[in-house]
Design a protein around this ligand. Structure first.
Ligand SMILES: O=C(O)C(=O)C[C@@H](O)CO
Ligand SMILES: [Mg+2]
Length: 398
């Protein structure tokens, strides 16, 4: 079997979106938009550079007619250019079963500029498509090629609860508790740029959600790189009484020593990884004990080939892996490893940040039932196909 064609298309959402509300998610840009002077630059939406309204869909085709689907949501137009200009010539003509060799070719050929960020994301999309082909070629789901079924079904945590008004957050938590979720991730809205008032607001939101979900459900706290070490050290002791399962991305991904200091500082496990890339990138995080939960995203880290290696590495360090975002490319890794206890799960909803666009592009994603996800033993490959019913809302670049 040989790879005969690779097609990368950018799907950009032009349909209706939920307008951002100020402070709905603390993030790395907060510190460059102070509260008053220049927030108008971002239309009062400091998260505006962290939207995922464009996705690159990759189709890899073999000489015996199999087509594998891959995806990438970081800098989609750049990812397409990387795939078209740099990766496709390395992959065309190769046997998809030589997936390790192919992944190494793409990774090594782009070392000068691609070992972090969109270079790795582009590699991920091609690699994911190759694994989809391998599943289709063997008539097996991808997880059966990685280690098989390690769980009867996958526990998942409800992930949204962006910072809106506290009553709305409580109603949202209530609604999804009733749907059977037993774990919830919420977003902080404030960070160092908002002073002590922001600290109080952050604590109020955690209090409000705990009030609804109680203490026999898991609560995870998402900072999305919006704090710094000083602020995190100040607020962490105040958060301990809420017993969060983890505190996610308190500082920017490059501040690995900051992660490690916080991870040693309190009883709250620090999590991260959705902005880390490659096997050796995660070795660095683990060697420094920077995180207690690893959250790579398979469509960023280097694909299924790389994620499978990172799963083994994390197992050796006894650090659990709970991949970022859920989505099918991650579910197969989670199903196939005992060291992956659960998945993130975004509900299907109107387009907002854009993580939810996955549901508008692909068919086949499992719905959460009572806080669990199921993968089918008989569905070959990833189990995804392209939807046609939302195409009218996308601008597609070939
Ligand atoms: O789901 C996550 O962990 C994310 O970081 C999503 C991002 O959009 C911030 O909520
Ligand atoms: Mg996150």
């Amino acid at each position: 079997m040989k790879i005969k064609a690779i097609r990368a298309r950018v799907f950009e959402w032009k349909g209706p979106t939920v307008p951002p509300q100020g402070n709905f998610c603390s993030n790395a840009m907060d510190l460059v938009y102070d509260n008053q002077a220049n927030r108008h630059e971002c239309g009062n939406d400091t998260m505006n550079t962290f939207r995922f309204h464009g996705w690159t869909v990759v189709e890899v085709e073999t000489d015996n007619g199999l087509v594998g689907l891959g995806n990438v949501a970081l800098a989609p137009r750049i990812a397409k250019a990387i795939i078209d200009q740099y990766l496709a010539p390395l992959v065309l003509g190769q046997d998809p079963w030589d997936y390790e060799y192919i992944n190494q070719r793409m990774y090594r050929a782009t070392q000068a500029w691609g070992r972090k960020g969109v270079g790795m994301a582009a590699i991920s999309a091609v690699d994911i498509a190759i694994w989809d082909i391998l599943g289709k070629a063997t008539n097996l789901p991808v997880f059966k090629l990685l280690g098989g079924r390690t769980k009867e079904k996958i526990p998942c945590y409800y992930s949204k609860l962006y910072r809106t008004d506290l009553k709305a957050m409580q109603e949202e938590a209530e609604k999804f508790m009733k749907q059977g979720f037993r774990a919830f991730k919420m977003r902080f809205g404030y960070g160092p740029a908002h002073g002590q008032q922001g600290v109080v607001e952050n604590l109020k939101s955690v209090e409000a959600v705990r009030e609804v979900i109680g203490y026999d459900n898991d609560l995870m706290l998402e900072c999305y790189m919006g704090w710094n070490l000083e602020y995190a050290k100040r607020i962490l002791p105040k958060l301990e009484k809420y017993q969060p399962r983890w505190l996610e991305e308190p500082v920017i991904a490059d501040d690995i020593d900051g992660y490690a200091e916080l991870n040693r500082l309190t009883s709250i496990p620090i999590s991260g990884g959705e902005h880390e890339f490659s096997l050796l990138g995660f070795k660095q995080l683990l060697d420094k004990r920077a995180v207690s939960v690893v959250q790579y995203d398979t469509n960023r880290v280097g694909g299924i080939t790389m994620a499978h290696k990172i799963n083994a590495l994390c197992e050796a360090y006894s650090v659990p892996v709970i991949p970022h975002a859920g989505q099918m490319h991650n579910y197969h890794l989670t199903m196939s490893s005992l060291n992956c206890p659960m998945s993130e799960y975004f509900p299907v909803h109107d387009v907002e940040v854009g993580n939810e666009l996955f549901y508008y592009i692909f068919k086949g994603e499992p719905d959460a039932v009572n806080g669990f996800l199921q993968l089918d033993d008989k569905t070959p490959g990833l189990g995804l196909s392209l939807r046609t019913d939302h195409l009218h809302n996308f601008e597609i670049t070939e």
